[in-house]
Design a protein around this ligand. Sequence first.
Ligand code: BGC
Length: 444
Amino acid sequence: MNFSLKKDFRLGVATASTQIEGGDAGSNWNAFSAEGKIKDGSDVSRATQHYRLFREDADLLASLNIRDYRMSLEWARIEPKEGVFSDDALLHYREELSYLNSLGITPLITFYHFSHPLWFEAKGSFAKRENIGFYLRFIERCLARLGDLCSDYITLNEPNVFASMGYLSGEWPPEETSFFTMIRVMNVFIEAHISAYSLIHRVRSEAGFGASHVSFAHSMRVFTPFRKSIVDRLSASLQRFLFQDGLARACFTGQFRFPFRNLGHVKRGQYADFIALNYYSQSHVRLWRGTLPPRTPVNDLNWEIYPPGLIECCERCFAMMPVPIRISENGTCDNDDRFRARYIAEHLELVSKSALPISHYYHWCFIDNFEWKEGESARFGLVHCDYETQVRTVKQSGHFYADLIRHGGMNDDMYRQYVAGQTYKLANSGKESINRVDAAGVKN
Ligand code: BGC
């Protein structure tokens, strides 16, 4: 197995401030984990201490040949009280961005990655349309201080995931379980994204900072009916529309389809300069729930591994908005780094063969980190973090990734060294498979 990526293809990594920085920023996640709500009892204030160790981490990125870095800004640190902006925090991010730039690493900044200040939570956060102005003011302040150091931005990370986990399943803060509130939150997010898109372009251009590239990071998965029954087929299409397609269309173009609604005065237009797509898995839908068919390859969180879905999702988005595509997240929970290299190789091989204009791939994640409700127990990193000592150790998959960048793809030697012999667990069978996963599933 070997493949070559396009000449200018960029391989980077992604992170999010709350998941790596550590400390008590005064965010919704600080409060949630302090209440003991994380499955393994860990606390987000430990994480990987990146706030303190950002230089060391940037050096590590550079040593792995990584020149593209998706990161987020922690709103709660920057605006700890309503309307009060912290010079220290803004200076900190200025130093971090300048340091990355000095190493030749191009940042891609996410303004909102699931976390906000507690004062914003108290106001009802994104469940209320009138709160969008707070989010926009935060962005404007950040751009005034940091906008010269970065040209590429993501307004919101996965509005659909945050809305469904926080307002439908209730597993994340604020632990609500109302379908109608989830839809309202999605509607508010759509308007927030579209307003932020225009704001970022306007502010950076007025400041003379040069061209901006702006999008929102959309979580996509493949929804496949478990059986051929009409019920499973209908349910899969409905979930596909509610969870991703309806929201994507509205965010990309300002065109709303029920139950998504134009709450304000959003005009039709183009609200993405590139598609930012986060892809992890496929759902087999049985009635309303996801079900794993027997012998499905799964990761350590029992998420189905289905590489062809990455391209299928890119195609769906591209059909709605034909602009360049960045895979802004893709990766897997593999606590012992037993199959991550295989996972990366299988996804990137398909990217290399695709005719779509895919320009970037940001692996999730650079370093093991605080995985939301799973806390420290789910490891997604190319780099291992010992949370007690904060020692970083590059995993085999991290060395593989560095070689992928160096060679612009994978040759036969790399395949033999890193990938050959790696196996996936097969769901409900107690067995493993070493054969590759393709559109027809795993072949043993
Ligand atoms: C999120 C990340 C998360 C990853 C793995 C994505 O949905 O953006 O924050 O850690 O998935 O669960």
